[in-house]
Design a protein around this ligand. Structure first.
Ligand code: NDP
Ligand code: PYC
Length: 336
């Protein structure tokens, strides 16, 4: 496949130009572009510049408020709500993060509900930001009902990612972030675009038969990772980032989409925990003990989630990113 090399600065220029050209307000342009740039820079192709196509489709379908000003509501000593008012989730998170961090430091634990947002993105940028404040972080969001529960064959659950971050003294935080489906839907979409078969176990066709055809799996149902375990975690995400915060399930999001094939609508739950809450002055000692665990993993040759990401980040910042030429062509066409 032919690839084009772009510097991270060129990716920023392209992302901002495309989003502004399609009417997104300047604050949203910055917030959305940063997420897309971070995905491409860290070589997470399913949530990199490919998402510009998804964002523009969502804008053209009339499914996102282009200049929504998020409302930040101080609900309780440990609770913040960010009403995104129909806008993309990133600006609502950015505006609410300082209060989330302040509350976590004051009370030991705090939760942020982002409501009424359009969600097209990976969760790790938000988790990483909170973790860089010295806090432990978790994030969850439902999506559209594309995934069959274990034992079923029809879409009911979303791809429902779970992200976790742990602060590490003197180094990048430990972060993982993955869909509770076998893979993000964006990854299947990239296989479809490039005409590549998908591995077995990612999806079934509309008749419930195993398939390696990306288009057939998208028309049928995706599968959870780890059978009943991924299915239960996915259901948990539906509950705690849906009804618990007064927002949509993946089934409701898909119904609200009404066939537009735009990004999911609904909420996101982000938790922040201050290690000093339980540990006070001993927090540093106990964080140091956690380092022994990371070292023991590395000693076995097992790689830590986020290790690849930080290596990719350093490489991209030094050498630029490599993007399929056809994808860049399709993104450039959005500037016409
Ligand atoms: P993967 O299956 O690639 O899993 C990604 C995570 O697993 C990363 O933390 C990665 O670390 C880690 N990882 C991967 N391989 C290994 C390995 N061999 N050893 C150790 N760790 C490993 O990603 P998904 O397709 O499940 O999800 C991709 C993205 O899609 C996520 O960022 C998610 O937030 C996003 N998404 C968003 C949705 C939404 O509704 N907004 C819905 C579904 C997904 P590393 O980064 O270092 O490789
Ligand atoms: O890749 O499954 C996905 C996804 C859904 C919303 C954003 N990404």
């Amino acid at each position: 496949m032919e690839k084009v090399r772009l510097s991270v600065g060129e990716v920023r220029e392209l992302a901002e130009a495309v989003l502004a050209r399609h009417g997104l307000s300047p604050d949203h342009v910055k917030a959305v572009a940063e997420t897309v740039i971070a995905g491409e820079r860290d070589e997470c192709a399913s949530h990199g510049v490919y998402r510009l196509l998804v964002c523009v489709h969502t804008i053209q379908a009339g499914k996102v408020a282009l200049d929504a000003e998020p409302a930040i509501i101080d609900l309780a000593p440990s609770l913040v709500r960010a009403d995104a008012r129909g806008g993309f989730a990133q600006l609502a998170f950015n505006r609410a993060k300082p209060l989330l961090v302040e509350k976590a430091r004051r009370t030991g634990i705090a939760a942020l509900a982002v409501n009424n947002c359009v969600h097209f993105a990976a969760l790790w940028p938000e988790v990483e930001e909170v973790t860089r404040e010295g806090l432990v972080a978790l994030a969850f969001t439902p999506s559209h009902a594309w995934v069959a529960p274990a034992g079923g064959t029809r879409p009911l659950l979303g791809t429902n990612p779970i992200a976790f971050g742990w602060p590490r003294p003197g180094s990048n935080p430990f972060v993982f972030d993955f869909a509770t489906s076998a893979v993000a839907r964006g990854e299947i979409e990239l296989h479809r675009r490039e005409g590549r078969p998908i591995p077995e176990g990612w999806g079934v066709d509309a008749e419930g038969n195993a398939t390696t055809d990306a288009e057939a799996a998208m028309a049928g149902a995706m599968l959870t990772f780890g059978g009943h375990k991924g299915s239960a975690l996915s259901l948990m995400v539906e509950l705690i980032a849906g009804p618990l915060i007064g927002d949509m399930t993946s089934t409701e999001s898909l119904a609200a989409d009404a066939g537009a094939k735009a990004s999911p609508l609904g909420g996101e739950l982000i938790l922040a925990i201050d290690p000093k809450g339980f540990l006070g002055a001993l927090a540093a000692d106990h964080l140091e003990r956690a380092e022994r665990l990371f070292e023991a993993m590395a000693a076995q040759g097992a790689r830590l989630p986020s290790q690849r990401r930080y290596e990719a980040r350093a490489r991209s910042l030094a050498e630029g990113v490599c993007v399929p030429a056809k994808l860049i062509q399709d993104i450039n066409a959005l500037l016409d």
